[in-house]
Design a protein around this ligand. Structure first.
Ligand code: ZN
Length: 310
């Protein structure tokens, strides 16, 4: 790549053109999609955002997700289902505490098969809807009676929907979209006045990002197209019109996946992966749990939660 071309690369968050290549490029340790070889990662010198370059087309984007991608409807075991159900009920309480409106119109970007809606267990207090890129999952959500539009949020038609959503959620999706600034602008239009936009995303400058390097699971290479710092996420939300931005730490399982990447990529242990996880997954979670808690309490978590008001 020539210097002339490099100067044209601009940060998807702050639009600055000063950036450099990430020194150690991650690999796709989880799914090994061939298209990963076509992409690199740039680091913005201005806001510390790390981003995939070149930005993929929609066709390339779809080729990054194999059929066995973990979000696509795989059933969890009893233990993990119980943890998931508990998490969903906690999330329902958190969302209900953010607004006094009932029923609360919740719209989820990346709704999957709506298992989260079902597990939230407060159906009479919510009106659920959303978008889902995977056609089969979107149909599964519709079959369950939810208003799910197939396609990406970028493709979603806002006609008749502007200002109709009380709480807009985007959990581990904003890092997957090709133009996060455009997504945020559209989110702003969809949310009602005084409505809430909240979501989760990985965070650079975390312990895992620093010490696992190219094995850090936050890269989820090449599917995580934009990796934010606390500051760059807040900047983008404010630029999009949102106010009262709050960013807090999220307790998460990223260290387990980072360790799995390290075992597979660095130590070359031939773990058999299904849906991105090895059979050692539960063991890895328990081994890395102290690190997860340590990071959480010292504000060095791999993930953050944002809450912003329109
Ligand atoms: Zn930037």
């Amino acid at each position: 790549m020539t210097q002339d071309v490099e100067t044209e690369i601009s940060c998807p968050v702050c639009a600055a053109s000063n950036n450099h290549a990430l020194s150690v490029l991650p690999k796709d340790y989880e799914y090994r999609v061939e298209i990963a070889d076509d992409f690199g990662i740039r680091v913005c010198d201005g806001c510390c955002t790390e981003f995939i370059w070149p930005r993929p087309s929609l066709d390339e984007l779809r080729r990054m997700y194999p059929d066995n991608y973990y979000a696509y409807g795989t059933e969890m075991g009893g233990f993990w289902q119980a943890i998931y159900n508990w998490w969903c009920r906690s999330e329902a309480k958190r969302l209900l505490s953010l607004s006094t409106k009932r029923p609360l119109h919740l719209f989820d970007i990346g709704a999957g098969d709506c298992r989260r809606f079902k597990a939230m267990g407060s159906g009479n207090q919510f009106k659920f809807s959303g978008v889902e890129m995977n056609q089969d999952m979107a149909q599964a959500g519709c079959d369950e009676g939810f208003d799910i539009s197939p396609g990406t949020f970028e493709e979603f038609d806002l006609t008749g929907r502007v200002g109709t959503v009380d709480i807009l959620t985007i959990n581990h999706v904003i890092e997957h979209v090709t133009d996060p600034a455009d997504t945020m602008r559209k989110a702003y239009e969809l949310v009602a006045d005084d409505g809430i936009f909240t979501g989760r995303t990985p965070k650079v400058a975390s312990t895992g990002h620093r010490y696992f390097g190219g094995y850090w699971s936050g890269y989820h290479f090449p599917r995580h197209l934009t990796l934010f710092s606390r500051e760059s996420l807040e900047l983008l939300l404010l630029k999009s019109g949102f106010r009262e931005v709050e960013i807090i730490e999220e307790l998460n399982l990223f260290p387990a996946l980072s360790l799995q990447n390290f075992l597979v990529g660095k130590l070359k242990i031939p773990l058999v992966l299904e849906g991105g996880h090895s059979r050692l997954w539960t063991l890895l979670v328990f081994v890395t749990a102290p690190l997860s808690f340590f990071d959480y309490f010292f504000r060095r978590s791999d993930c953050m939660i944002f809450v912003a008001k329109k």
